[in-house]
Design a protein around this ligand. Structure first.
Ligand code: NAD
Length: 333
């Protein structure tokens, strides 16, 4: 098979490219390095089965030759990134998705879009099944990402209904693993960075809000399986094991053998209180479920951070002073 992966130099994309090459496929990665890194695919570039096209998919997407599958992952994904790149995020979710769909249509390729649990917004239904339509603030700061992904899903369905493109929509829940960027604003790399540096671990709010974290290898297996089976979706891919942010910080602290204190800082606007996928559809219809325990996945991630990414002092996060002190005192009581 010859596959195109947009966003293939990012965190998830680079693991997906690696898996596809390992399975014996030829891979064309299209990325503009908005949030990805060349190092993520450096090893792949040395092999014959991997090709890199440096291109903004919102501008144009042209790939010569036959294509059997197109995985459309290009998009800033972490809140820090999409809040920094609001217009680019809207463009890649809309124009970029239309360009990717056109390419899939022209080549007769299967198409998979990596949508997100953020289409559910701050959910009133918990856990979230695919039939839930969501509770999204259309004008809040996060809407640039949430609404771009919702548009991407609508465009994907329009190409399926109108042109018969074999499309798959997957909704990815929080994923973690090696190659996350320290400064991408997500909890796992932030906690690991802080714990390894011995800095305070900044937990937002009271740390009672939950996330469900899926190890990247499990997610990649789900992406490949969903596309191979041409499942139309939407299908949730994530790990239903729910963990509070406070608990996550403590597990990371233990794995890093750190003495860092927890420090409580304000929560960002529209930050969801709970997040857990209902993966009944993925289990029943794809035969997929995640296999990696949280502690095991975190151990592998910490090992990667220790080896490959020394802590730059500038990346250390310091919470606002008065708030931190107030909450540290409250936590100590
Ligand atoms: N990681 C998660 O927890 C998670 C959760 C839900 C959904 N997703 C989705 O999975 C996909 C990958 O996420 P990730 O965590 O690997 O993020 P990432 O930022 O590491 O990777 C995204 C990649 O897309 C590239 N990109 C962005 N805009 C582009 C453009 N206009 N043209 C070409 N390339 C562009 C970036 O350079 C980067 O390499 C995204 O679509 C994201 O929305 C991820």
């Amino acid at each position: 098979m010859r596959a195109v992966v947009t966003g293939g130099a990012g965190f998830v994309g680079s693991h997906l490219c690696e898996r596809l090459v390992t399975l014996g496929h030829d891979v064309v990665c299209v990325d503009n390095f908005a949030t990805g890194r060349r190092e993520n695919v450096a090893r792949l570039l040395r092999g014959p089965r991997f090709h890199l096209i440096e291109q903004d998919v919102s501008e144009a997407l042209e790939v010569d030759g036959e294509i059997d599958a197109l995985f459309h992952l290009a998009s800033p994904a972490s809140p820090a990134d999409y809040l920094r790149l609001p217009v680019e995020t809207l463009k890649v979710g809309s124009l970029g998705t239309l360009n990717a769909l056109e390419l899939a249509r022209a080549k007769g390729a299967r198409f998979l879009i990596s949508s997100t649990s953020e289409v559910y917004g701050d959910p009133e239904v918990h856990p979230q099944p695919e039939g839930y339509w969501g509770n999204v603030n259309p004008i809040g700061p996060r809407s640039v990402y949430d609404e771009a992904k919702r548009f991407g899903e609508a465009a994907t369905m329009a190409y399926r209904r109108t042109y018969g493109v074999a499309t798959t929509i997957v909704r990815i829940f929080n994923t973690y693993g090696p190659r996350m960027r320290r400064d991408d604003g997500r909890a796992v790399p932030a906690f690991i960075t802080q714990a390894l540096a011995g800095d305070p671990m900044t937990v937002t709010g009271d740390g009672g809000q939950t996330r469900s974290l899926c190890y990247v290898d499990d997610l990649v297996e789900g992406l490949v399986t969903a596309l191979e089976q041409s499942h139309p979706g939407p299908v949730n891919l994530g790990n239903p094991h729910e963990v509070s942010m406070r608990r996550l910080a403590l597990v990371v602290k233990e794995i890093c053998e750190s003495t860092s204190p927890l420090s409580f800082v304000p929560r960002p606007e529209d930050d969801p209180q709970v997040r857990r996928p209902d993966i009944a559809r993925a289990t029943a219809e794809l035969g997929w479920s995640p296999r990696t325990e949280l502690a095991e996945g975190l151990r592998r991630t910490v090992a990667w951070f220790r080896l490959t990414d020394p802590v730059p002092p500038a990346a250390r996060l310091s919470p606002p002073e008065p708030y931190r002190l107030r909450h540290e005192m409250a936590a100590a009581r």
